[in-house]
Write a protein of this length. Structure first.
Length: 119
């Protein structure tokens, strides 16, 4: 990541606004919140113990450098699931019509990075 001006970054070949880490789920644009909620719903449908699954915002929406071309990235705490991340991304894109990447992370890292839980 390269800073172009104080309030922008160059990320994946695009100059993007640099808002800083997102302070809470409600700070994201409404349409983006809905996309994250759809991702969380699908994760819970595919999880072995859906009542124990927490889903978090990650990627450009977490770090604050999202733009109109940004996909959504979600993190779930490492646990048994019915799917692998690549299959999930393909299924989600096919079902919902936009990109969603999913990764798994240990609880300690979720806390360290101050990830926002999707409500």
């Amino acid at each position: 990541m390269i800073s172009i001006k104080e309030d922008t970054v160059l990320r994946k070949g695009r100059v993007r606004p640099n808002r800083g880490i997102t302070k809470g789920f409600s700070f994201l644009p409404n349409e983006v919140q809905e996309r994250f909620k759809e991702a969380k719903k699908l994760v819970k449908e595919l999880a072995i113990e859906d009542d124990k699954v927490s889903v978090y915002v990650y990627g450009s929406y977490h770090w604050g450098w999202y733009d109109s071309e940004s996909d959504i990235d979600v993190i779930i705490e490492k646990q048994p699931v019915y799917f692998n991340p690549q299959e999930f991304a393909e299924y989600f894109s096919e079902k919902k019509g936009f990109e969603c990447q999913i990764n798994m992370m240990k609880k300690e890292s979720i806390i360290k990075h101050k990830l926002i839980e999707i409500k």
